[in-house]
Design a protein around this ligand. Structure first.
Ligand code: GTQ
Ligand code: FE2
Length: 339
């Protein structure tokens, strides 16, 4: 790249226009390269779980709007984001607790990490949350959570709040009561949308999937079957994306979500794409190398794969990894690239 010739006049000119909120493009310093300030990073479940339990001793769901530890990227202090475009939180709810109903413009997804007995209610329907389930909370849908079981329940929250922040479109409202009225039976959404069938009168409203829950048992079976019958992808093993069953698109206009299986002993090729991703280890142990840095992973560990970083997986045990990314938004805008 050639630099524009500098002269005393040019320097004086730059200085003279700065008071008018004007800057010469030829002097700009912002990066013109792919990639973000986000660092590859792994949060170990063994480190985080005790802090979640400790937070339960210090604050209740009555005082915390949500009892969530945010996973903030170490290279992005002050942002609350795990990656340039993604929010990641770990939420814990104890038996008998309720997380009060509210709604907001960011879309949210849940990936259930540990424990049984908690439900989430979204748009008038409740679903029980089981480990490995992927749950959709569309933007502006009322949602509340509760634990009617006997053990603590933890899940990962993924929000596209970086987008509403970027656009200046973050709105939120509390529901007048702690819990919203239920006007659909539990299981209705799964029955209506979860079997490659659609209600005759269905019209897509909004841009999020109408399927509230993608149960782990089904996802796990699909991966196991395909592992037996089809060749592995050299980098991704067996990788499926979660789809809106009504149109085949990603479950959110912004966020894509995936589940992949790496057979025991898998040594994946390196790959890279522009998507910024957060991975949650559902099962297994192994290592992931991101931009030359190797992290060993165990169940429930969470790691960030920043966009345009080379990534490769090695599975010491059969591993199942959930991930979500900004790929939906990147594809919609024509920015997504891989290779
Ligand atoms: O559970 O509704 O981690 O609104 C951040 C914002 C969770 C939630 C988060 C939220 C929620
Ligand atoms: Fe929320």
């Amino acid at each position: 790249m050639s630099h524009a010739p500098q002269s005393a006049e040019l320097a004086a000119f730059s200085k003279s226009i700065s008071g008018q909120s004007l800057k010469p493009l030829w002097e700009r310093t912002v990066s013109q390269k792919p990639g973000t300030p986000c660092a590859p990073h792994l949060w170990r479940w063994a480190d985080v779980e005790p802090e979640l339990l400790r937070s339960c001793e210090l604050i209740g769901t009555k005082d915390a709007e949500r009892r969530v530890l945010m996973l903030e990227n170490p290279e992005m202090p002050g942002t609350s984001f795990s990656a340039q475009t993604l929010f990641t939180g770990l939420q814990i709810i104890l038996p008998g607790e309720v997380a009060a109903a509210h709604r907001h413009t960011p879309n949210a997804l849940r990936f259930v990490v540990k424990g049984e007995g908690a439900y989430t209610a979204v748009g008038g329907e409740r679903t029980m949350m089981r480990p490995g389930d992927f749950i959709v909370t569309p933007n502006w849908a009322w949602h509340d959570h509760g634990n009617i079981g006997t053990e603590a329940v933890v899940w990962m929250d993924g929000l596209d709040s970086a987008f509403t922040k970027f656009f200046g479109t973050t709105f939120r409202e509390d529901y007048p009561q702690d819990t919203q009225p239920l006007y659909r039976a539990e299981g209705d959404s799964l029955a209506a949308f979860g079997s490659a069938l659609l209600p005759l009168e269905f019209h897509q409203e909004g841009a999020a999937s109408p399927l509230l829950v993608y149960p782990y048992a089904r996802t796990r079976d699909a991966l196991a079957q395909l592992q037996r019958s089809s060749p592995l992808h050299p980098a991704h093993g067996v990788k499926l994306r979660y789809a809106n069953p009504a149109n085949g698109k990603h479950p959110f206009p912004t966020m894509a979500a995936f589940m992949q299986l790496l057979p025991k002993g898998f040594e994946g090729q390196s790959s890279r794409s522009t998507e910024n991703a957060v991975c949650n280890v559902a099962e297994g142990r192994g290592a992931v190398t991101i931009a030359g840095k190797t992290f060993h992973f165990e169940p429930h560990d969470i790691f960030v794969v920043p966009g345009w970083c080379e990534v490769s997986f090695a599975a010491r045990e059969e591993s199942v990894i959930f991930s979500y990314s900004d790929r939906a938004a990147q594809e919609a805008m024509g920015f997504f690239r891989e290779g």
